[in-house]
Design a protein around this ligand. Structure first.
Ligand code: ADP
Ligand code: MG
Length: 265
C-alpha cells in the first residue's frame, strides 16, 4: 500500500448487489479491517435493517437505542452519539437494526430523499480515509441513498449459476444514479466471491465474469471457505480471527487493489 501522506477526505464505497448471500457484508467487514491494518481510518456503515454487519463485529443490534436510522431521520443528531468503536484499531461502526426498515417508507416523503445518507455522512468525511456502506439486498430507496453518498461501488458476485442474472439491472441503477444524482459515482470493481477452484463450474463462472466485465474485475478472488461463516459466530473479521488464513490474505490483497485504484485516479 502507498504512503499515508494522503489523508481523507474519505472515499465512500458502496458494497452493492441486490442479490442476497453474495458476500457483501463479509466483504465490507474484511476489506474494512484490511484497510485499517494498512493504517487507514475506516468507518463501516451497516445499511441493512438485518444488521448482519453489526452482528459480524460482535454487536447485538437489538440492544441498540441509537442506530444509523436515527442519524438518517433526526436532524441535529450528532454522529458521535451513534458511532461505535470496533475491536479493530482504526475501524468504527455505524450500526443498524430493524428500525432502519421504517426509513425506507419514511424517506419517501422527505425532501431530497435520495441524498439523506449523503447529508448524514458529510460531517464524518474528514475523520476517515474510507467509509464502506454495506447495502441491503434490494435496489430500493436505501440502496439508492448509498449509491448517492458513494464515490465508488464494489459489486460482489458469487461464482455460482445465475451470478450474472440481475447484474444488468444493477448496472442500469448505478448509471441512473450517476446521471441524475451523483455524477462522481464510479464502479470500482466486480469482486468474485465464494470461488471453489476444485469445481469446473466455479472456474467457468469466473471466466464468464471476466469476459463480461474485463478490467472491471479485481484480480483478487475470494475463495469459498467455512472460515467466513465461523468469523460471523466469532463476531470479528477474518484478519484477526484467522490472521494467517487464505481468506485473510485475499482481503488484504483486495485492500491493496482498492488502494492502488485510488492512487491511480
Ligand atoms: P450478503 O451480505 O451479500 O448477503 P454475506 O457476506 O452475509 O452476503 O454472506 C452470506 C453467507 O455466506 C454468510 O453466512 C457468510 O458467512 C458466508 N460467506 C461469505 N463469504 C464466504 C466465502 N468466501 N466462503 C464461504 N462462505 C462465505
Ligand atoms: Mg449482507
Amino acid at each position: 500500500p502507498g504512503p499515508l501522506s494522503e489523508r481523507g477526505p474519505a472515499k465512500v464505497i458502496a458494497m452493492c448487489n441486490q442479490k442476497g448471500g453474495v458476500g457483501k457484508t463479509t466483504s465490507a467487514i474484511n476489506l474494512g479491517a484490511a484497510l485499517a491494518e494498512y493504517g487507514r481510518r475506516v468507518l463501516l456503515v451497516d445499511f441493512d435493517p438485518q444488521g448482519a454487519l453489526s452482528v459480524g463485529l460482535g454487536v447485538n443490534p437489538m440492544e441498540l437505542d441509537l442506530t444509523v436510522y436515527n442519524l438518517l431521520m433526526e436532524r441535529g443528531m450528532a454522529p458521535d452519539e451513534v458511532l461505535l468503536k470496533t475491536a479493530v484499531a482504526g475501524m468504527d461502526l455505524l450500526p443498524s437494526n430493524i428500525d432502519l426498515s421504517a426509513a425506507e417508507v419514511q424517506l419517501v416523503s422527505e425532501v431530497a430523499r435520495e441524498s439523506t445518507l449523503q447529508r448524514a455522512l458529510q460531517p464524518l468525511l474528514s475523520d476517515y480515509d474510507f467509509i464502506i456502506i454495506d447495502c441491503q439486498p434490494s435496489l430500493g430507496l436505501l440502496t439508492v441513498n448509498a449509491l448517492t453518498a458513494a464515490h465508488k461501488v464494489i459489486v460482489p458476485l458469487e461464482c455460482e449459476f445465475f451470478a450474472l442474472r440481475g447484474v444488468a439491472l444493477l448496472t442500469e441503477t448505478i448509471e441512473k444514479v450517476q446521471e441524475r444524482l451523483n455524477p462522481e459515482l464510479r464502479l470500482d470493481g466486480i469482486l468474485a466471491t465464494m470461488y471453489d477452484s476444485r469445481t469446473v463450474h466455479s472456474r467457468e463462472v469466473l471466466a464468464r465474469v471476466v469476459e463480461a466485465f474485463d478490467d472491471n474485475v479485481y484480480h483478487t478472488v475470494i475463495g469459498r471457505t467455512v472460515r467466513f461463516p465461523e468469523t460471523t459466530v466469532a463476531g470479528e473479521p477474518i484478519t484477526t480471527y484467522a490472521s494467517n488464513s487464505v481468506g485473510a490474505a485475499a482481503y488484504r490483497q483486495l485492500a491493496r487493489e482498492v488502494l492502488a485504484r485510488c492512487h491511480a485516479e
